[in-house]
Design a binder for this molecule. Structure first.
Ligand code: VER
Length: 223
């Protein structure tokens, strides 16, 4: 029997999706205003978030529910490491640290993994399905705005082990529908996905502050 979880997640996070698209940093990004320093901070925050998601998914790869949406071809850790090398240089590991919002996000992922691992479905859904959906548009925007060549800084958007992203997404959605979860669990998963959207928004809002400071500095320098 289908849990309809894919539709529940899509419908249940619609409002949060619109809200996320309307955060200042995201709006600026979509308009092509991407400041390199803010962008590399986002990449470093995402690195800590994906490390947590991927480590916890790995820990639960035998879990009766999570094993069904365990897709190692989605993992972003390696590609984010390549991007961090590009933006921060060879000693990037000493340069990067999670922001306050990223730290809270990582703590939440670890907490659900320890106490209600089935909620990791929501954490994976919110990031990976978003990456597979808007990723290619965002890649083009980032590339043009930051004047990047194909060669570097955009590995995050490239899913080398997935040949057809649309087909993969459809497959992921049917895997969600097949999960043996009851109504109450499905509701908790949708709630957690909304919380994950909120945690992403908080990370973007921190960067909005950086962007405003950078623009202020540019204006000041031009006086
Ligand atoms: Fe979204 N998204 N998105 N998105 N997204 C789609 C689907 C989707 C888009 C475009 C699209 C986020 O922001 C954006 C998410 C998650 C997220 C399209 C389909 C744009 C242009 C933006 C702006 C940057 C953010 C911030 C997130 C979450 C962190 C998910 C989970 C999905 C899958 C919906 C589903 O269930 O099919 C064109």
């Amino acid at each position: 029997m289908s849990s309809n979880l894919a539709t529940k997640l899509r419908e249940g996070t619609k409002k949060a999706h619109t809200m996320a698209e309307n955060v200042g940093f995201v709006k600026c990004f979509l308009k092509g205003t991407v400041e390199k320093n803010s962008y590399r901070k986002l990449v470093s925050n995402l690195y800590f978030v994906y490390c947590a998601i991927e480590e916890e998914m790995e820990n639960h790869r035998q879990h009766p529910i999570l094993s069904k949406i365990y897709f190692p071809e989605l993992t972003r850790k390696k590609s984010l490491e390549q991007d961090l090398f590009y933006y921060y240089g060879a000693n990037w590991r000493e340069e990067v640290a999670p922001s306050a919002a990223a730290t809270a996000y990582v703590e939440r992922i670890k907490e659900v993994s320890a106490t209600q691992p089935e909620l990791l479905i929501a954490q994976s859904y919110t990031r990976y399905l978003g990456d597979l959906s808007g990723g290619q548009i965002l890649k083009k925007i980032a590339q043009t705005a930051m004047n990047l060549s194909e060669a570097g800084g955009l590995a995050f958007y490239e899913f080398k082990d997935i040949t057809d992203e649309k087909a993969f997404k459809a497959n992921y959605r049917s895997a969600l529908d097949e999960l043996p979860v009851d109504e109450a669990t499905a509701d908790r998963i949708v709630d957690e996905a909304n919380a994950a959207f909120g945690m992403n928004m908080k990370m973007f809002m921190e960067l909005e502050g950086n962007l405003i400071k950078a623009i202020g500095q540019m204006l000041f320098n031009s006086l």
